[in-house]
Design a protein around this ligand. Sequence first.
Ligand code: 0A1
Ligand code: ZN
Length: 886
Amino acid sequence: MMRDAEPKVIRLQDYQVPNFQITKTELHFNLEPTETLVTSKLQFERNAKSENKSAALELHGQDIEIQSLKINGEELTDEQYQVNPESLTVFSVPDVFEFECVGKINPQENTSLEGLYKSRSMFCTQCEAEGFRKITYYLDRPDVMSEFTTTVEADKALYPILLSNGNPIEKGELDNNRHFVTWHDPHKKPAYLFALVAGDLSVLDDTFTTSSGRDVALKIFVEPKDLDKCDHAMTSLKNAMKWDEDVYGREYDLDIFMIVAVDDFNMGAMENKGLNIFNTSCVLAKAETTSDTGFQRVEAVVAHEYFHNWSGNRVTCRDWFQLSLKEGFTVFRDSEFSADMGSRTVKRVEDANVLRTLQFAEDAGPMAHPVQPPSFIEISNFYTLTIYEKGAEVVRMIHTLLGAETFRKGSDIYFAENDGTAATIDDFISAMSKASGKDFTQFMTWYRQAGTPVLNVADNYDAENQKYTLTFTQSCPDTPEAKSEDKKPYLIPVRLGLLGESGPLPLEISDLGISGVTDTVVEITESTQCIEFSNVSEKPVPSLLRSLSAPVKLQFDYSRDQLIKIMSNDEDGFNRWEASQQLCVQVIQELMSGRQSEQPVAVDPNLVAAFDRLLKDDNLDPAMVANMLSLPSESYLAELAEEIDVDAIHQCRAQLKKTLAEELCESFAQRWQKTPATVDYKADAEQIGLRSIRNMCLSYLVASGQEQWFGVAYEQFSSANNMTDQFSAMSALVHSDSELAESYASKALAEFYQQWSEEALVVNQWFGVQASKAHPNTLEQVKALMEHPAFTMKNPNKVRSVIGAFANNPVCFHAIDGSGYKFLADQIIELNALNPQIAARLLTPLTRWKKQTQQRQALMIEELKRIQSVADLSKDVYEVVSKSLV
Ligand code: 0A1
Ligand code: ZN
């Protein structure tokens, strides 16, 4: 059965200021797992800016059992109000009044993980974007900002720790072994930044002295068993606090900053004022249980949430169409922080990989939307790679165009002008424009138009006049909201240089007044535009879009020789990596055409030779060598294809890996041997680089199929003193397609589980590696894993590591009998009832049917329709399914 009423579309153009403001919010929680009583006392005032001076009071609220409602102390009678499934209307109210509500909610049964819910033995909250309305009736919109005072009352033995935002102002004992703590947050905030935690938690304590000399208490709360995994998060937090003072002049503004780790969480973490709540996967780390990527993720997420204290909390968003105002800017901030803490080029490569495989695919799919979306049905569906990563790229372009100093001036103006308010993307741009005098009119296209622009470049060398010309042509493909021909040209900053025979050539662009440099940024603003370089003494190789200076698809017809030249000589480390990737893409595509025409081709020996030189290069940062040796992922190759042949991509990529492994076996072995295993684990750039090159070599050596290397990998697996080395070795064995490797792999998998069965996050990794194996038996294996005692559909991390990993395992998910699609659809239908946010997110791979072969398209559409026909489809799933079937 289809749902009877179509959910409402919310539009930016319909924005209206709120009719009321809430000056003070006083909350009292009486915590009980199935019957929590929430009493709220709200001081309302009509909003002077609202045009409707006699508007009724309309509050958001969901799944709340009303016990009592009062205005100015008088109980409301039934005729005075009306309750709907998602709102409460009080028909007639004065201009200034106190509203009191007592409501009953059931945290135990709240499996959506929005609002107040239980995670294992603890109570916690998630209010962004619209979860607060599941706690109490409220104006749950970010432009209603209020001062909160919160009293949490609970059983003292079960919940000795009671937390909320701000500073603790009172605590005490109560009858029946209960106790309470009252918290006051002096900073006005929207309800989405509210948080509450209650549990039996251990704490890691530290302090930070701010630049103006104030001491801030830092606390990380975790379950007692995890107390030994908090040090890295604490160090990251202190580094982030210092960095935000140094780079942005932003000081922390409360006496206490708290982080709590919870096991059941829909996203990575949440920036609630003074009380950040984290998915355990983004806060816990120790050498034995956490890989290098895990350590880096903790550092990045801790910093991200901390940075939100200014970009998000002090200055928040007027409405959810401004989401990228806080998210894009904060991702840009955290990625610069990570670059400063580790290796800048490596960080840029990692970010570019995410952007180009995942965000570009989103921009080409049915849910494509601008960085500022014009409409949505369910805002939870818009916490996307476009809002976060593309939004960060847009801020990065502003930084590139303005330069660090002017950008900082702009950010100071932005914070000063908007402090304590709910702002818009236009406010941010206006501050940047004031700081620089730059006109951002054309630049706004980045916020308003969806789709990844294509930047085609052609060159011409006029030897006689020593002139070199680059012709740039830009276009943007069709997306759901607009046709290609109706799209406006972007302002694209292109960082570039020219390579000559013996090094970088000096750049002279007289039209732009550029001379004497070897690296510059040109602004492409027209659909077609030429840049002319003078005094160019030889035909150069252009190094374009250095550091990925704009989130576009660059097309330039590079020869392999030119790519090899950039790969070994460019000043820009990012473009050296990029050239290695393009070279591999060309070779894999050549193998694929050979496969299609049934005329097998051999791997280009030039690539083999280039990889050999890389392996022998001792001057290059080992982490970069590892990145350059890392073949483009199957999903990136799929993103580049017009029609996706998952099997051809998988096989040709594997063939290239095997060929490189066989032909360069000796070089891989030498590099592996001469790179020492790290002894005292540190998650710093140097050690991470060493482990990555060593494990990259090992993965090739295992891919060579020679049994001796299976033994070596198994030995590394058993003797490793850190998770990076242990897991890389096991993963290489699991992903080997050699039958001989199977016994090593299954032994490792069994021992791994034995060793780590008590560590939930490690077990998730164990789930994930098995669900991502390209093997005909994987679906059966995944079904078996779902019966494993450690698996539960109620925990998002488990769901992601088994079902999510499978849905992103291209060959198995796209099995030609449709079994992968059917399996995923079944899980979505189950999750739709349990946790709509996770259901909608997990659905993504099924919605990307347009580029699949016809046979697969039909099977995918059939499953999407089956999901669409489910009764009680959540708004979340409804929006994604219906948009993907247009
Ligand atoms: N604002 C958080 C992410 C977040 C968003 C939504 C959530 O629930 C729907 C939870 C967390 C961040 O950017 O880190
Ligand atoms: Zn964020």
